[in-house]
Ligand binder design. Structure first.
Ligand code: SAM
Length: 624
C-alpha cells in the first residue's frame, strides 16, 4: 500500500507517520535549488564531467530529483550521464506524486515521465531510466541503513533530506550518517537544511568539513559540507577497478547480450565494434520468432524472482523506448498455468500491489480458454517480444559498428604501457583492436572462455501463420510449454509454441520427436488451442525453429572479468540461458556500471549473484 499523504490547505504535503511536512513552505524546487543544488555547488560542479552521481536519503515526491533533472537538461555543460540514487522506505502513490508536482508547472512534464515508471515498487532497488538512458534514477525501497549497505559507489554529491531529526531520528542517527559517509570520496560535497547539533557532530566525526550557510526563508540556516578527512581513508572491500574512460571496445556476438552491452557502452561514449560470426545479427537463440517476457515468481521471492523482476523493468524501458508496441512487442500480460499445489505468492503481496503478479481471476482464465478454477498466475508486466527487433534497435544506436561473417578465435594482449587487445580469426587475420573486449557469444563463448562451465541448451519451437478461423488466446500462456499468438508478421499474424530444453546439444536441425513433444505439452497446457493447431501440423504449414542458448552451472548469467586479475581487459556477458529477454538489458547496465564506478542497478547481493567470479569459485570448489 502506498504511503498516505495529508495535504494541508496551503498545498504543502504532510506525513502523519512523522508528523512533519515534506518540504519547506517556500516550495520544493526553491528549496532544492537553494539548499541541495546550491549547497553542493551544482550545476557548476558537474560541468564537462562524464558522469555525476548523487546520493539522497528520502525520495518523498522526488521533487529534488525533478529539480536536478531539469537543471541537467538546461545545462549545456552537463555530464553525459546523471545518476540519482535515492532511498525511500514509504513510497507515496502515483497520484500523490503528480499532485505534488502539479504545483510546479515547470516540473510537471518530468513528473509525468517519472509517474509512468512509478510502478512495482516492492522492497529492493528499481532502476528508472529517462532521456534515452542519460538520466538514471535508482530507487532503493527500504529502510535507510540496509539500503545503504546494499549499494556501493562513490557519490559526487550527497543530499540529506529525511524529515526533521527530532521527528525522525533514525534517518539522522550516527550509524546512518556513518553509512552515508562511506559513499564520499575526497571532495564530495554534502547539503542539508538542518544544522542540528548531533547531525553536525556525526558528519564532522566522519570526515566532513562543515559550513553553516544562509537558509531559505523561513529557515535561517542550512548546512554544507565537503568530505576532507584529516586521515587516510581506508580501502573498504576489494580494491576497486579504476573507472574506465570510454575508448574502443570490441563486443563478440550480436545476439541479445552483445547488442545490449553495445548499446549501454555506446551511450557512455564508447566506440563499439561488434564482431559476429554469422551473416547477420540475432542469428542464434535471439532469432526466435517471438519470445516471452515474464517474471519468475516464487513464494519466498527467491533470488531468481528478484533478478527477473529487475531484468524485466530494464527490458521494458528499452522496449518502450525503441520499439513499436503492438508490432515489435506487446504489453499484453502473460498467464502462467501452475500446478494446483504450486501457485503460492509471497505472503505480503497484495491485490492492489505494488506487486504486479496475482492469482488469475476467472475472466483471465476464460480469455485464455481455461476452465474456472484452473490454477494460474497473471503477470501484468509481461508480454511477448520479437527479440531480433530489439537486437536491431540496440545495434542501430550511434557509436556502434557491426561486422558480420567474422568468427573470433583468439583474443591477444598487445601493447606494453597500456593494455590493448587484438582479436583474430582462426587464420590469424586481425579482425579488430580494442581497449576492452566483451565476450557475449552465447554457447560459442566457450572457445574464448574455456575455463567457464558454459553449457549449450538447444531449444525448438513450432510456429505458423494464423488463419481467420483460429481463436487463440490474446495474451501468451506459459507453464509447461507456452503459446504466443497474434504476433504480426510480413504475411499475417503468427503463433509460436514451445520450447524444448536439450542440454549439451548444438544440433540446428529440427527434430520430429521435439515437434511431437511440443504438441503434447500444448495439448495439456491449452487443449482448445492445441486442437485448433492440429490442422497446421497435419497440412505441413507449421514449421519448426531451433536455436541454442547458453547456460552456466547455476543457470544465472555471468557478468564480470574473464580473469580476476584482468578486470581492465576482457569481460564476459553471457549465459543468459532461456531468459535473454529478461536479462540482457540488466546485465549490460550492470557491466557498464562496474566499468565506470557507477551506482549498481541491483542490490550488491544480487549483483554478486551475476558475477562471473562465482563461476571461478565453483571451478575452485570442484577442483578441491
Ligand atoms: N527529497 C524529497 C523530495 O524531494 O520530495 C522529500 C523527502 S521527505 C522530507 C523525507 C522522506 O524520507 C519521506 O518520503 C520518508 O518516507 C522518507 N523516510 C523517512 N524515514 C526513512 C527511513 N528510515 N528510511 C528510508 N526512508 C525514510
Amino acid at each position: 500500500m502506498a504511503e498516505p499523504v495529508a495535504w494541508r490547505a496551503d498545498g504543502v504535503p504532510r506525513s502523519e507517520r512523522f508528523d512533519d511536512i515534506y518540504h519547506s513552505e517556500s516550495g520544493a524546487p526553491a528549496q532544492a535549488r537553494h539548499v541541495f543544488l546550491g549547497g553542493c555547488g551544482l550545476p557548476a560542479a558537474w560541468a564537462h564531467q562524464s558522469q555525476w552521481r548523487i546520493l539522497e536519503t528520502g525520495f518523498g515526491f522526488g521533487l529534488n530529483f525533478l529539480t536536478v533533472w531539469r537543471a541537467w537538461r538546461e545545462d549545456s555543460s552537463r555530464p553525459r550521464l546523471l545518476h540519482f540514487v535515492s532511498i525511500e522506505a514509504f513510497p507515496v502513490s502515483r497520484d500523490d506524486l503528480l499532485r505534488a508536482a502539479a504545483a510546479y508547472p515547470e516540473l510537471l512534464p518530468l513528473a509525468e515521465a517519472l509517474a509512468a515508471q512509478w510502478h512495482g515498487l516492492l522492497p529492493g532497488f528499481h532502476r528508472l531510466s529517462f532521456d534515452e538512458g542519460q538520466v538514471l534514477l535508482t530507487l532503493c525501497i527500504g529502510d535507510v541503513q540496509p539500503m545503504l549497505r546494499a549499494q556501493r559507489f562513490e557519490a559526487d554529491s550527497i543530499f540529506l533530506d529525511g524529515f526533521s531529526p527530532q521527528r525522525n531520528p533514525a534517518m539522522w542517527s550516527a550509524d546512518t550518517l556513518k553509512a552515508v559517509s562511506r559513499f564520499a570520496r575526497r571532495g564530495t560535497r554534502l547539503a542539508t537544511w538542518t544544522i542540528a547539533r548531533a547531525v553536525c557532530d556525526a558528519l564532522a566525526q566522519n570526515g566532513f568539513q562543515l559550513t553553516k550557510a544562509a537558509g531559505l526563508p523561513p529557515k535561517r540556516d542550512c548546512l554544507q559540507g565537503v568530505f576532507a578527512p584529516a586521515w587516510q581513508v581506508r580501502q573498504r572491500g576489494p580494491a576497486p577497478v579504476p573507472p574506465a574512460t570510454a575508448g574502443r571496445c570490441a563486443v563478440v556476438g550480436a545476439g541479445l547480450a552483445g547488442a545490449a552491452v553495445s548499446a549501454s557502452l555506446a551511450r557512455r561514449g564508447w566506440e563499439v565494434q561488434v564482431l559476429e560470426a554469422a551473416d547477420r545479427p540475432a542469428a542464434g537463440a535471439s532469432g526466435l520468432p517471438a519470445g516471452l517476457l515474464a517474471p519468475h515468481v516464487s513464494p519466498d521471492d527467491a533470488l531468481l524472482s528478484r533478478l527477473t523482476r529487475a531484468g524485466i523493468r530494464a527490458t521494458w524501458q528499452q522496449l518502450a523506448q525503441w520499439l513499436v508496441e503492438g508490432s515489435d512487442w506487446r504489453a499484453s500480460g502473460v498467464l502462467e498455468r501452475r500446478a494446483a499445489d504450486d501457485d503460492r505468492l509471497p505472503a505480503d503481496w497484495a491485490a492492489e500491489g505494488p506487486n504486479e503478479s496475482w492469482h488469475a481471476d476467472p475472466d483471465r482464465l476464460r480469455a485464455s480458454g481455461l476452465p474456472a478454477g484452473s490454477s494460474a498466475l497473471w503477470h501484468a508486466r509481461a508480454g511477448w517480444v520479437r527479440p531480433a527487433r530489439l537486437v536491431e534497435a540496440w545495434l542501430a544506436r550511434p557509436g556502434i559498428r557491426v561486422q558480420t561473417g567474422c568468427r573470433v578465435a583468439r583474443i591477444e594482449r598487445i601493447g606494453t604501457d597500456r593494455a590493448q587487445w587484438a582479436l583474430r580469426d582462426a587464420n590469424g587475420t586481425l579482425l579488430a583492436e580494442a581497449d576492452r573486449v566483451v565476450i557475449a557469444a552465447g554457447f560459442e563463448s566457450r572457445a574464448l572462455a574455456p575455463a567457464y562451465p558454459l553449457q549449450p541448451v538447444r531449444g525448438q519451437v513450432e510456429w505458423g501463420r494464423m488463419t481467420d478461423a483460429m481463436r487463440l488466446p490474446e495474451a501468451p500462456v506459459n507453464g509447461d510449454g507456452h503459446l504466443i499468438a497474434g504476433v504480426p508478421g510480413a504475411e499475417g499474424a503468427l503463433w509460436c509454441a514451445g520450447a524444448t530444453f536439450d542440454r549439451d546439444s548444438i544440433d540446428a536441425r529440427p527434430r520430429a520427436a521435439d515437434t511431437a513433444f511440443n504438441r503434447e505439452r500444448l495439448a495439456r497446457l491449452l487443449p482448445e488451442a492445441a486442437a485448433q493447431l492440429d490442422r497446421a501440423f497435419a497440412d505441413g504449414t507449421a514449421q519448426a525453429w531451433t536455436g541454442v542458448r547458453c547456460a552456466s552451472a547455476d543457470r544465472r548469467p555471468l557478468v564480470g572479468p574473464l580473469s580476476p586479475e584482468g578486470a581492465d581487459g576482457v569481460w564476459l556477458c553471457t549465459a543468459l540461458g532461456s531468459r535473454g529477454l529478461s536479462f540482457a538489458a540488466l546485465c549490460a547496465e550492470l557491466l557498464a556500471a562496474r566499468w565506470h564506478g557507477e551506482p549498481l542497478p541491483l542490490p550488491l547481493k544480487l549483483a554478486q549473484a551475476l558475477d562471473s567470479a562465482r563461476a571461478a569459485d565453483q571451478r575452485l570448489a570442484s577442483a578441491m
